[in-house]
Ligand binder design. Structure first.
Ligand SMILES: *Cc1c(COP(=O)(O)O)cnc(C)c1O
Length: 231
């Protein structure tokens, strides 16, 4: 995709965020746009960066590391948003600022142990399987309090909030139900862990961004509407 097209798409997504925040009485500064760049070349990220984008989300470790090497001259904030297995935690702990997909204590412990001493704590969201889908990763809502309690005690990660990928739904009103459920789980966690910096609801993609903002999202993860369809 051409640079001008990425800039235009990015501006259109930003306008949608501003409009939606205005319509539901939220400040536009409350919502961070995470540009999801999986499968897209480093040149596309460079174009988005030139248009002011700073937060990028990647799903596949090897692909992300290659792009990070190509873009090491840019002060990008890198977010890992893909499935995370034990054998990848070290590189994720070394090369990312954020991880959105922690759903097991074992993974969280490894990330904390492997976070390099010279870096600030890793910012972590717990992924919740909000629609109880069999094939989806994410902690079950009923197991969340126990996991959050244990993760919040780890020294080198900061538990920032929750993330979910709801099952696709067509209408905005239908889309809102699982998103509101995630928001209410975060509210409960805040009461459970009063000292923790739980300020992040990572939810909303190209197709349900508005519903997510209405439900309280603080970080929308948008790929297709910025970079075009993936092959
Ligand atoms: C691919 C992906 C997105 C972006 O999805 P789009 O529909 O392209 O906006 C967001 N979050 C996660 C976890 C993804 O894997």
């Amino acid at each position: 995709m051409r640079k001008a097209e990425i800039t235009e798409n990015l501006n259109r997504v930003r306008e949608r965020i501003v409009t939606c925040c205005g319509a539901c009485g939220r400040g536009e500064g409350e919502v961070t746009l995470l540009a999801v760049s999986k499968t897209k070349p480093a040149s596309a990220l460079r174009a988005a960066f030139a248009a002011g984008q700073r937060d990028f989300g990647e799903n596949y470790l090897q692909e992300a590391l290659e792009k990070q090497a190509e873009l090491s001259d840019l002060p990008i904030r890198w977010h890992f948003i893909g499935p995370l297995q034990s054998n990848k935690t070290r590189q994720v702990a070394e090369h990312f600022q954020w991880v959105h997909t922690v759903d097991r204590l074992k993974i969280a412990r490894r990330l904390s142990e492997q976070r390099p001493a010279g870096l600030p704590p890793l910012e972590v969201c717990l992924q919740v399987n909000i629609d109880a889908e069999e094939s989806k990763s994410g902690v079950a809502p009923g197991e969340l309090p126990q996991l959050a309690q244990a993760v919040a005690e780890l020294p080198n990660i900061r538990l920032r909030g929750l993330m979910a990928i709801p099952a696709p739904r067509g209408e905005r009103a239908e889309q809102r139900a699982p998103l509101e459920a995630l928001a209410s789980l975060l509210q409960s966690l805040r009461e459970q862990l009063p000292g923790a910096p739980l300020d992040t609801l990572s939810m909303g993609m190209s197709a349900d961004m508005e519903a997510a903002i209405e439900a309280g999202s603080t970080m929308v993860r948008v790929g297709t509407d910025i970079f075009g369809r993936r092959d």
